[in-house]
Ligand binder design. Structure first.
Ligand SMILES: [Cu+2]
Length: 301
């Protein structure tokens, strides 16, 4: 799978994007970040049992420094142990019997709650997964930065972001390259919001106007127009902006966008409570491998 090709201005936001491409196979937290100092339900997803094992029989989460545990969710048929030490607490679930263990082919979430620190940055939860045969310690933390790419058994990462920074996870973002004289182009990406929100605005110094567009059939012609009220991002669902579908429209381009260059872009979000946040991105120009780079049939307004 592709490593997300995107870089961000802020370290916190950057952390949110960095490689969890093989997330399904690990013990992970859902996509997206959390605002400094807020309460967080950490739902650890167990994607599979240890290699060669039939079931997961135990899960122990070491709490990172600065995370203040409030409680953990009990599981039927499992024993729950909570150690609330300052700085190195642990939450442990243990299956009562082989019958209540988690079968290798089933996924499950183990949930604990707590308050995240008041300073932005990645939080690493190290998780020991015990199976009927063997164990895996998901405890690797990158030496620098927050990308887990290349780590075999990465710890589960949670990105704590500054007030005002969106907690939305953005992946595989790119801008279609243009030729000199071309006035408009599209930008595409995958957005996952941990809590329901809307993409209400886009701006970029590369274009005079940037809008979120939808494609709609009018009679037998496909037309595009600005999405009134913004783009809905339901909690936990990945919404894709792609060629031929919803997209970011960039108009009145200041200059031709060559493959290999980057375009700064700011996304603005607003949640149901009217809370406004934003995210600063740098989008690569040129379709990533595997993306559907075919031009929409009628990219005209
Ligand atoms: Cu458009």
């Amino acid at each position: 799978m592709n490593h997300p090709r995107i870089t961000l201005k802020t370290v916190a936001a950057c952390a949110m994007l960095a490689g969890t491409a093989t997330a399904f196979a690990h013990v992970t937290l859902p996509r997206g970040g959390v605002t400094v100092g807020s309460d967080y339900d950490a739902a650890f997803r167990v994607g599979h049992a240890c290699e060669g094992a039939k079931a997961t029989t135990g899960l122990a989460v070491r709490l990172p420094k600065g995370f203040i545990l409030s409680d953990a969710q009990a599981r039927k048929g499992w024993k729950l142990d909570v150690q609330k030490n300052a700085g190195d607490g642990e939450v442990r679930w243990t299956a009562d019997s082989p019958q209540t263990a988690l079968p290798a082919n089933e996924r499950a979430e183990f949930v604990l709650r707590g308050k995240v620190p008041g300073t932005p940055g990645p939080l690493w939860f190290k998780v020991l997964q015990t199976c009927d045969v063997g164990r895996i310690d998901w405890a690797e933390v990158p030496a620098s930065g927050s990308s887990t790419a290349g780590l075999k058994t990465p710890a589960a990462r949670l990105d704590v972001v500054a007030q005002g920074v969106a907690t939305v996870d953005v992946r595989d973002a790119w801008v279609r390259q243009t030729v000199p004289g071309q006035s408009g182009t599209g930008a595409f990406m995958k957005l996952t919001a941990p809590t329901g929100t809307r993409l209400v605005g886009v701006s970029t110094p590369a274009a005079g106007v940037a809008e979120v567009h939808e494609m709609k059939m009018e009679g037998d012609t496909m037309k595009m127009r600005e999405l009134a009220g913004g783009l809905e991002l339901p909690a936990g669902q990945t919404v894709e902006l792609k060629p031929g579908g919803n997209h970011v429209m960039m108009m009145d381009l200041k200059q031709a966008l060559a493959k290999g260059s980057t375009v700064p872009m700011t996304l603005r979000f607003e949640d149901a409570k009217g809370q406004k946040t934003s995210l600063d991105l740098k989008l690569p120009v040129g379709a990533p491998e595997g993306a559907d780079a075919a031009a929409p049939a009628a990219h005209k307004h």
